[in-house]
Design a protein around this ligand. Structure first.
Ligand SMILES: O=C(O)CCC(=O)C(=O)O
Ligand SMILES: [Fe+2]
Length: 393
């Protein structure tokens, strides 16, 4: 109803995975002499005392009451929670209000960590205890890219004589014109780096990865990355956004000698150690299957041990008779599948390599004829394999 004035309660801190960390609700009609809020010590035993908004007193007090029961009956008594009893507290005065307005679900990423009692989510603090991220502890050499390294990597890939000879890199997009090129003469567009390497994999290598994928077993892909919405915010994807199937190249696939050779080739090109990479994610698309526009960058990982995804190396493992291109809608660019071809693009900015490059939205267009096999290699800012082994990734 457009005539109803709304105010916005904004959870401070990070933006949420549901986009705006906000909830619209009615404010008193201007001129009303109602005090909007009264400060109250409700829930002072559960962390920061909670503001009781006079428009929702019952709801807020009910949330606090339930949260207290949860804390007293479960968290304090169940040994499972012992490591986090002291840590689990509401950290913001509006936790109860937000919970009453449904924010524990709508804005779970922020709420579960900052309002764990009213959201009944003390267990998430286990993760933080088990998987601590101390930014002062991160060694320079543990970071894949410092500002400027992204450009340096792509400059090297596109000029190194050995890479030229072995893989024939093609620049489809780059941030500025190369020396001597002009708008008229350039065979690429300007934008974030997009480079393909034809003949990156041999037929034997592609066939082996596909075989190992089948051995591991393909499953319908689940949500795992951020999806661009119209307002530029990002939400968790729904399964309809991705109809392909995938599997992960863990053991024994990861230890296969042919896979190890592929990983060495990837290192030769990227110069990013394999420990920064997720296990290859092997994909299979049958006719009509697709993956809607999304970004590979994951906001939540900024504060995790592994850091954000900085680079995607996508491997085409089959020729596709028709369709199945990888399309970058904002850049009007489509890369067609070709067996053995690798496609490289960054998810972050050269000057700020922890920050997302929002132009990198991409999709897998529907396969029209034939079967498409591919594989994602996602590189992270920091070591991915150690947190993976600890259950922290
Ligand atoms: O299959 C493709 O062409 C792209 C797949 C993709 O973007 C992904 O899996 O994240
Ligand atoms: Fe992707």
């Amino acid at each position: 109803d457009p005539t109803v004035a709304t105010a916005t309660v904004t959870n401070d801190g990070r933006s949420s995975s549901t986009g705006a960390a906000s909830t619209g609700f009615e404010t008193p009609i201007p001129g009303d002499d109602v005090d909007i809020t009264i400060m109250n010590v409700a829930g002072a035993d559960l962390g920061v005392p909670q503001t009781v908004d006079v428009r929702y007193p019952q709801e807020i007090l009910a949330v606090i009451h339930e949260g207290r029961n949860y804390f007293e009956d479960w968290v304090k008594r169940d040994p499972f929670y012992a490591p986090v009893v002291e840590l689990c507290k509401n950290q913001h005065e509006n936790c109860a209000l937000w919970a009453a307005l449904g924010e524990c679900e709508k804005n779970a990423a922020y709420m579960k960590h900052h309002c764990p009692i009213v959201c009944k989510s003390c267990e998430v603090l286990h993760h933080e205890t088990k998987c601590p991220v101390d930014s002062t502890n991160i060694q320079e050499d543990e970071v894949a890219w410092r500002p400027g390294d992204l450009d340096k990597m792509f400059q090297r890939i596109t000029t190194d004589p050995t890479i030229q000879e072995l893989h024939q890199p093609t620049v489809l997009q780059r941030p500025t014109y190369a020396n001597g090129d002009t708008e008229e003469t350039a065979t690429y567009n300007l934008g974030f780096w997009v480079v393909t390497l034809d003949n990156f994999l041999t037929q034997q290598e592609t066939e082996q990865i596909v075989r190992l994928g089948h051995q591991a077993g393909f499953n319908r892909s689940a949500s795992d990355v951020g999806k661009a919405s119209q307002d530029g915010s990002f939400t968790r994807r729904f399964d309809e956004d991705r109809t392909s199937e995938n599997t992960w190249c863990k053991r024994p696939c990861y230890e296969d000698p042919i896979v190890q050779r592929v990983l060495q080739k990837m290192y030769h090109v990227t110069q990013i150690h394999d420990k920064h990479a997720e296990n290859l994610q092997i994909l299979k698309y049958e006719p009509q299957q697709y993956y809607k526009p999304h970004i590979d960058y994951i906001f939540e990982e900024k504060s995790r041990m592994q850091g954000v995804r900085i680079l995607t190396m996508y491997l085409y493992l089959s020729d596709v008779e028709e369709g199945g291109g990888t399309n970058f809608p904002q850049m009007d660019l489509t890369v067609m599948p070709k067996r053995g071809r690798a496609l490289l693009w960054p998810s972050v900015l050269n000057e700020a390599p922890n920050s997302m490059d929002a132009r990198t939205v991409h999709q897998a267009l529907p396969v029209l004829k034939g079967i498409k096999y591919g594989a994602n290699a996602w590189y992270h800012m920091r070591d991915f394999k150690t947190p993976l082994a600890r259950g922290c990734a």
